[in-house]
Design a protein around this ligand. Structure first.
Ligand code: SAM
Length: 383
């Protein structure tokens, strides 16, 4: 048995406290626990990928619609290969994502059902428990791992589009459900802006880093007399956003363009009452340039609303699950994607409140006000 004293201090954050661990740790015990953790991680990764398949192929939705299925019935309904569908159903029930009430029956006669809890998490976009599209995010991030490996060697970047439709659409679905549910409440936390957008004729919103446009559409629905313009660097995202606006019949009030936030032209009078940057500031290669440019877009009395990661105040290497998730996203996606831009800052997911305050000051804003909005993932700043 050895006694390890591990100073857990960030290499790049000298202000972090040094945490001393003096309890005895037997390396074998730690190794066994770590080994178990790796197994659990591999299991979770594989099961996430099968959830991704089930959502993409409409398997869960079809089971929900039919109530109870055999593999033959489900495969016929979806015009899919029986053997694949059988294996997937068996796997999903073993993973306790589906229920199999007659496991002792022959494979042909076994029935599978979708429990309410699985339906809530994977299909019901209006419930706070909804998280199914996180499976698409994970698959999208993993698809780009070879390119990230190369970027480690070369110092290059991996452009957003290299992560493909899974990541792009997964983000849109995951965040879109939140926007539909909550965006009006976020704006209501800025009563002057809310009032202005509801009462002033010709109210206008700019949605920066709009992705596939789910926030842009949610804003337009929440404020029926405003126009909303979304910009994003990613061409495929903007194309999908335009199609979504047309599909929703909102194209008269909702427009999109492919633009770099940092290159938005100055407008002496300002054009917008509100600029939103929703889960996008940490993805930008020039966040200070982007904030400076958006400040110049504001009408007098307008505001910028930033929603970004709910990070802790300082770095601590203590296994916090949320920071582990954020750093995982950062290593695999956000940092490589920002480095693929004409980057000024090598940005990343773990954006702390102090960083936002520094960037805001450098962009010419006063100190950001953190809004009193409860959210498990994001913090909200008003500039
Ligand atoms: C995490 S996604 C969020 C998308 C959307 N706001 C949402 O929440 O669904 C970040 C978005 O920022 C966009 N982005 C990154 N850098 C940008 C830049 N410099 N200018 C405009 N958009 C940018 C990316 O293309 C991506 O669509």
């Amino acid at each position: 048995m050895t006694t390890q004293t591990r100073p857990l201090q960030s290499a790049h954050d000298a202000s972090s406290p040094t945490i001393e661990r003096t309890e005895p740790i037997e390396p074998r015990v730690v190794a066994e626990a770590l080994s178990e953790r790796l197994f659990d991680g591999a299991l979770a990764t594989l099961e996430l990928a099968t959830i991704h398949l089930g959502l993409r192929l409409g398997l869960y939705e079809t089971i929900q619609r039919l109530g109870s299925v055999t593999f033959g019935r489900l495969a016929a309904e979806l015009d899919s290969d029986e053997r694949y569908v059988r294996e997937w159903l068996e796997q999903q029930a073993v993973a306790e994502l589906l229920v199999c009430p007659n496991p002792d029956a022959t494979p042909e006669e076994r029935r599978y059902e979708l429990p309410d809890a699985t339906a809530m998490v994977l299909l019901e976009t209006a419930t706070p428990a909804y998280l199914g599209p996180v499976s698409h995010l994970a698959v999208g991030a993993l698809l780009a791992v070879p390119a990230v490996e190369e970027a480690f060697r070369t110092g290059g970047g991996v452009p957003f589009h290299a992560y493909g439709s899974d990541l792009r659409q997964g983000l849109g679905q995951l965040n879109g459900a939140t926007f539909d549910r909550a965006i009006a409440g976020w704006i209501a936390a800025m009563p002057d802006i809310d009032r202005r957008l509801r009462t002033v004729r010709g109210g206008a919103i700019l949605d920066v880093g709009c992705g596939v446009g789910r926030s842009t559409l949610a804003l337009a629905r929440a404020f029926p007399t405003t126009t909303v313009h979304g910009i994003d660097l990613d061409v495929a995202s903007v194309e999908e956003a335009r199609a979504a606006a047309a599909g929703a019949g909102l194209e008269d009030r909702v427009t999109f363009s492919v633009d770099d936030a940092a290159d938005l032209a100055s407008d002496a009078n300002g054009r917008y009452d509100l600029v939103t940057i929703l889960e996008a500031l940490h993805d930008m290669g020039d966040p200070i340039g982007a904030l400076t440019a958006t400040r110049r877009q504001l009408r007098v009395g307008g505001a910028v609303l930033i929603a970004d990661q709910l990070t802790r105040d300082r770095y601590a290497a203590d296994g916090d699950p949320m920071e582990r998730f954020q750093y995982g996203c950062s290593v695999l996606h956000c940092l490589p994607a920002t480095r693929a831009e004409q980057h000024v800052v090598a940005n990343g997911t773990v954006i702390r409140a102090s960083t936002v305050a520094t960037w805001a000051r450098e962009a010419g804003f006063g100190p950001p006000r953190v809004l009193d909005i409860e959210d498990p993932f994001w913090r909200f700043y008003r500039l």
